[in-house]
Design a protein around this ligand. Sequence first.
Ligand code: HEM
Ligand code: SF4
Length: 582
Amino acid sequence: MSKLSVEEIKAQSRGLRGRIVETIESGATHFEEEEYQLMKFHGSYQQDDRDLRPERRKQGLDKAWSFMIRSKMPGGRLTAEQYIVHDDLAEKLGNRNMRLTTRQGIQLHGILIGGLKEVIASVVSTGLTTWGACGDVVRNTMGPASPIDDVAHRDAQRLTEEITVIFLAKATSYAEIWLDGEKLDLNQTQDAPDEIYGTEYLPRKFKIGISIPPRNDVDIFSQDIGMAPVVVDGVVTGYNLWVGGGFGMTHGMENTRPVLAKPLGFVARPHVVSAVKGIVLTQRFHGNREDRKQSRLKYLVEKQGIEWMREQVASHMDAGSRIEPLVPMTFTTVSDQIGWHEQGDGRLFRCVHVPQGRIEDREDGRHFRSAFRELAENLGLPSIVTPNANLIWHDIEPARREAVEAVLKKHGLPDESQFTAARQVGHACVALPTCGLSLAESERVFSGLLDSVDDILRDLGLADEPLLIRMTGCPNGCARPYNSDIAFVGRAPKKYAMYVGGSHRGDRLAGLYQKSIGFDDIPAAIRALLEAFARDRQPGETFTDYWGRTQEIGPEPDPMQFHLEFTERAARRAESGGATEG
Ligand code: HEM
Ligand code: SF4
């Protein structure tokens, strides 16, 4: 039998059930392709330890299969109890660490097939879920991380929670498989109708995030729908909406590329949810279902145009509501507020930098996991996962500030005020050994790379420059490399494509600078760029602005920007007599 497409698998899955239960009960170590695809909707990626592959192959053994389970929490909010339950699960059934994700979730890795049910049921028992954390649905809804007590932050969090509930798939298979919900007859073809997803779900994953200007921590232009509240006289009057952002691409495949979300317009607060529904439904009914590499909303918006998109969305919106022109607003940074800050309600929050979002007791003496466990267990503090994969501890009475700092110090956590600005905001995706798609290392080599970058920055007097550096193990772009000042995207072991020219504000895409650079050559390439910057910058100019002033790039880049190097593009322009590339 030929392999089923993901569309066929969804359609035949009887509400995303497939044969998940039968496979687990059979004692298998892993799922076959169809259930593997369905498991994503339930919040899990099937993986194997890629470090062990060669040795196991030599010994004639099967791959070392395990599962990543991703929990969703709107706006990254966690109670102390929810944090503790995840930490317990990592200890008992996972690989004794947790990964904060850049979509404000938590990933547990290394779960065996027999542990799936206990992990998922335990997450759900805390009031969170893994349902829809992966798969062709609306993923975890992101919101501004800083717990500031003002109308904009309160409303944005309320909206992320509203959206989360509306876009949970209605199928009862999740409850049935993981939560001992009442089992339906497996011959039954579907559950109650799902007005958002039907039986076909969306053509691809769908991402929504809200930022509050001037802080674009959520990187709204990388989302399918980016939103930002407009506040007038202390009231949130509505939201600006951008649509069709998305970063995944494939090396060498010229019809794939990263895209920044485009302005849709302003929608009054009472109608925002209907506009969001309208965008999601437009993608469900019109998105490409033939080719998964062309199926994200970004390609639909590019093909049909933003005017068409507006008309479609408006046709789904509440009667009498409309899409108005965008209200001007400015973003200045994608960074988090590391360190201590006031919430505005008399209490404080402390944002702790977590290298690559990995919560573990590190061999170098920095025991993030022990420190955080103590903050949750002994001080009972709630936390927030940030879009830069850091962790904010909040609702801290000023009198307890010293107690919190003492816990961080006791477990060897560093003083982030000594970090370069680049280290505070840099990020790398998971990649090896768990991610089955990675072509090169990312998380495991990034801290070492930043050590070299720190030396260069200090050498050149640039330690406080807001330089955004990101790395991924493959072009899918999970750590959002394509809008960074400088990015490295894995091509092959120890080989990366190098991109330059995004923005620390998240509002401009980088371009391909070098198709392939060896890992060991990266520091020299960064030094060359930064030396030129230090020499040629105008007073007060950031690297982002310097690059924008001196290079030909813009917010509406040609697709070739991601496939041809700067020099090749310049040569093409010269050949065509200076005309822009077609
Ligand atoms: C387009 C194709 C993509 C595929 C097939 C894909 C697949 C994956 C896989 C397999 C993982 C799990 C890795 C592990 O934990 O071992 C992962 C993690 C993740 N992906 Fe993607 N991804 C894609 C694009 C993106 C993009 C464009 C973004 C965001 C802009 C994104 C955001 C994330 C996040 C937040 C994680 C969690 C780990 C982290 O924070 O790095 N993904 N992805
Ligand atoms: S960017 Fe690629 S290597 Fe990194 S986590 Fe995503 S899919 Fe895996």
